[in-house]
Design a protein. Structure first.
Length: 162
C-alpha cells in the first residue's frame, strides 16, 4: 500500500488522492503527541487521542511505500509533518533488536519498501545534506529498505515525482 503524508493545501487533494491508497493530511488540526507511549503498550498502534491521527500508526505501519511531501524547515520536516511522524511511533514496539548491526526498536508491522521524501521551498546545500541523512536514518528506524529524497523549487514539479 502506498501512503502519502503531506502538508499541502486542499488544491492538491485530487492529485494526491489519485497517486496512493491512503492519505494523511498534515493540516495541524490535531493534537501533538503527548509522549504517553500508550500506542506502544496500552493499546498497540492506536493513539488514545480521538482525532484524525488516532490510526496513524496503523496506516504508516502498513505502508509498503511512504511518501512524505514537506516544506523545508531548516533542513527538517515542517512542524505538522513532524507531528504526524511523532504520532506514528507505535509502528514499532518498545522492545529492541539488532538490525544492520545497530540497535533499533522491533517493528510491529515488518519490513517496508521505500521511504520517499519530497521537499519544497528554499533550501541550502547544508540543509539538503541534513535532510538526506535524516531521511536515511528515519527509513532504517522504521524498517524501510531504502530512502529517497527529492528537492523541488516549485510545486509544479510535484506530479512528476509522485
Amino acid at each position: 500500500m502506498r501512503v502519502i503524508i503531506h502538508d499541502l493545501g486542499s488544491e492538491y487533494a485530487s492529485l494526491i488522492v489519485a497517486k496512493c491508497e491512503r492519505v494523511i493530511d498534515a493540516d495541524g488540526k490535531y493534537a501533538p503527541c503527548q509522549g504517553c507511549f500508550g500506542c506502544w503498550t496500552k493499546h498497540p498502534a492506536t493513539c488514545f487521542m480521538r482525532d484524525a491521527l488516532q490510526q496513524a500508526c496503523r496506516i504508516v505501519g502498513q505502508a509498503d511505500e511512504l511518501v512524505i511531501i514537506t516544506r523545508n524547515l531548516y533542513g527538517g520536516y515542517a512542524a505538522d509533518i513532524k507531528n504526524v511522524l511523532d504520532r506514528s511511533i507505535g509502528t514499532s514496539t518498545p522492545f529492541s533488536t539488532y538490525r544492520g548491526g545497530q540497535m533499533h526498536h522491533t517493528l510491529r508491522y515488518g519490513k517496508h519498501g521505500l521511504w520517499k521524501v519530497i521537499v519544497y521551498g528554499k533550501i541550502t546545500e547544508a540543509e539538503k545534506n541534513t535532510f538526506r541523512y535524516m531521511a536515511e536514518r528515519n527509513a532504517v528506524n522504521d524498517g524501510f529498505e531504502r530512502s529517497e529524497v527529492n528537492f523541488i523549487g516549485d510545486l509544479s514539479e510535484l506530479e512528476g515525482l509522485l
